[in-house]
Unconditional design. Structure first.
Length: 204
């Protein structure tokens, strides 16, 4: 599984200020850390490769049990996905966004099983909750990942020949770009690091 993470100072800019008492970089790191922890806990995932040029993210990933791969600064998200996919070797490869703090390993496993059930040689993707973005893209052995993440990525992945994967996977679809997204993820149940920051920002 390839999980790119931007430098914390630049990551999740639309989320800045969502937790007023929490430094933005800490929130961005918590989102990524909870995402990676959930992926590592998924029995369908053989390994996690975090692509980043942020030292704190890399260290956090390594401590959790993931492999950290240096990113090329300024190359962009899709370049990071391609870089990670090329380093992943043969077999199935999947790319996942790093802003899924409510992710449940069982939902990820179900989505990956759905990807393996598509016609031979076809990539599969999972759209985000609104339906326009993409949270997961999976490619079978011998097929390039060919990521098209960004604005309108669900349509872009479909146009590139990838098949939309559908299932009851609310925590997988709940990426976090805004304060409203974070509140929606909290209703599903945040991972421990993000939950701790949310609690510190809004103590009972």
């Amino acid at each position: 599984m390839v999980v790119p993470v931007k430098r914390l100072a630049a990551a999740k800019s639309r989320l800045r200020g969502a937790l007023p008492a929490v430094p933005h970089e800490e929130l961005a790191l918590a989102l990524a850390a909870d995402t990676v922890a959930a992926v590592l806990a998924c029995p369908a995932v053989a390994g996690v490769l975090v692509v980043t040029d942020d030292a704190r993210v890399g260290e956090t990933a390594r401590r959790a049990g993931a492999r950290a791969l240096p990113d090329t600064p300024g190359a962009g998200l899709n370049a990071a996905f391609r870089h990670g996919a090329s380093a992943a070797g043969g077999g199935w490869v999947a790319g996942l966004t790093a802003d899924l703090p409510a992710l449940r390993p069982a939902e990820l496993a179900a989505a990956l099983r759905a990807a393996q059930a598509v016609p031979r040689g076809v990539r599969g993707y999972v759209a985000d909750a609104p339906g326009a973005g993409t949270v997961l893209l999976a490619a079978p052995p011998g097929v390039p990942l060919d990521p098209r993440f960004g604005v309108g990525s669900a349509a872009a992945h479909a146009a590139s020949g990838a098949l939309a994967l559908t299932g009851n996977w609310p925590s997988l679809r709940r990426d976090v770009d805004t304060a409203g997204d974070l509140a929606a993820a909290a209703r599903l149940g945040l991972g421990p690091r993000t939950a701790a920051l949310a609690a510190a920002s809004c103590p009972v």
